[in-house]
Design a protein around this ligand. Structure first.
Ligand code: ZN
Length: 275
């Protein structure tokens, strides 16, 4: 049985051992997302400086592929606006982030990565920073449309209005709404289905079960961070396989799991999920 974690990081704690744990628990496929520039000791002054980050991440994903089937997602985290902006000003930060997203798009074109990651801050920022962040996210949509890939989004906490607004932004550049994946989603499967944005449901509490009760148009993730200073944050690497087994116990069959772990993933990311 294929079991997919749609959003996980490897950093400085368990590293590849986290994937051994995932595999031993029954996990087979994972989307590994690159972290913030500070996690790589990079202080970007131009978009090209993300090359070091992306290459390091691709190297890690190649190693990960010896354990499970791993796909690379190249991120320009929305919090970069604050980190880079603090040094170079917010306008310049936004420019650098757009350049980095274009670079990420090139890696997708070359087949090294399958998706890009963008979004807007989950914390309160001044209006000018918010507007610039929206511009950056729009640019990510343009890049995704041009290269034909999906965009994972890290955004403010879920509201129906929020995802509707984001869906309209995707429409503006002609990116299909289902190519926009809201990472860290609550189990609002029906609302997501109405709007068209694709939810990657975070496996907190009973979220997986709640999601399954609403339909089968979702994916599952842990957002495992792999940070020594916060071991186990957000959720441990075994969580998705465990939650999938819980779903089976609750009467959701293997066809249902196939839908969320294989069909949805293939449709959104355009990847082939072989066992
Ligand atoms: Zn994450």
């Amino acid at each position: 049985m294929i079991i997919t974690d749609d959003h996980m990081h490897l950093y400085n704690h368990l590293k590849l051992k986290a994937l051994e744990q995932f595999k031993n628990a029954g996990g087979t496929h994972v989307f590994l997302v690159s972290l913030l520039s500070k996690h790589y000791n990079v202080k970007p002054t131009k978009g090209e400086d993300f090359k070091k980050i992306f290459d390091a991440h691709i190297g890690l994903v190649n190693k990960a592929n010896k354990i499970v089937r791993a796909f690379a997602v190249l991120g320009v985290h929305p919090a970069e606006i604050t980190i880079i902006g603090g040094r170079l000003g917010f306008k310049r930060a936004a420019e650098i982030m757009k350049e980095a997203l274009e670079l990420a798009g090139k890696y997708v074109e070359e087949g090294k990565a399958v998706a890009i990651k963008s979004g807007r801050p989950h914390y309160k920022v001044p209006k000018d920073v918010w507007d610039l962040s929206n511009e950056v996210m729009m640019h990510a949509f343009e890049v995704a449309k041009d290269v034909g890939c999906a965009v994972q989004l890290h955004t403010e906490s879920y509201t129906l209005e929020g995802i509707k607004e984001i869906a309209e932004m995707a429409d503006k550049v002609g990116l299909k709404r289902e190519k926009v994946v809201k990472h860290f989603s609550p189990p609002k499967v029906k609302e997501f289905e109405e709007v068209g944005i694709f939810p990657s449901v975070i496996c907190l509490n009973d979220y997986a079960l709640e999601a399954a009760k609403q339909g089968d148009r979702f994916m599952l993730e842990t957002d495992y961070i792999d940070d020594k200073s916060r071991p186990g944050a957000v959720l441990g690497p075994k969580t998705v396989p465990r939650k999938v087994k819980e779903l089976l116990k609750h009467g959701f069959d293997e066809d249902f799991i196939y839908k969320i772990c294989v069909e949805n993933v293939e449709r959104v990311y355009g990847v082939e999920m072989v066992e």
